[in-house]
Design a protein around this ligand. Sequence first.
Ligand SMILES: Nc1ncnc2c1ncn2[C@@H]1O[C@H](COP(=O)(O)OP(=O)(O)OP(=O)(O)O)[C@@H](O)[C@H]1O
Length: 121
Amino acid sequence: MTTGSSKNQVDNFSIHGHSIGEVYNIPMTAINRPIPSILDREKVEGMKKAMQTEEQKDDLTPIDVHHVQYKGEDYYFAFGGCHRWAAHKELGKEKIRGKLINTPPSMIKNYLGASSPFKDV
Ligand SMILES: Nc1ncnc2c1ncn2[C@@H]1O[C@H](COP(=O)(O)OP(=O)(O)OP(=O)(O)O)[C@@H](O)[C@H]1O
């Protein structure tokens, strides 16, 4: 499965986010990351460098953020994007570019089991 012929298009592919156009600047404190990251330091450093370079600062693909509405509250979860997340954290960024994927609470419960905040779905 490819989305285009150039390497960049293939690299930028996201199963969840590719059909979503809107990109938001999301406060990082609003996003839950339930899975600890295992990082390739070279990759994080490369991203930090790109973010600090005028021509490349917008090159990083937005991360996929699952948006759950549950009992009138909004919840945000990110499972991937580990290196982009680390690069933003280490540069002291407060917001990260992301695409919002409307996700039912039952799906988060499937992923997280007993650790899910959504118990009765
Ligand atoms: N050094 C870099 N400079 C600019 N863009 C980069 C750089 N490294 C990766 N990217 C781009 O950033 C996006 C995310 O890359 P990648 O999926 O490898 O990282 P990630 O945030 O760790 O995600 P995951 O947790 O799924 O590994 C891709 O679109 C990739 O092309």
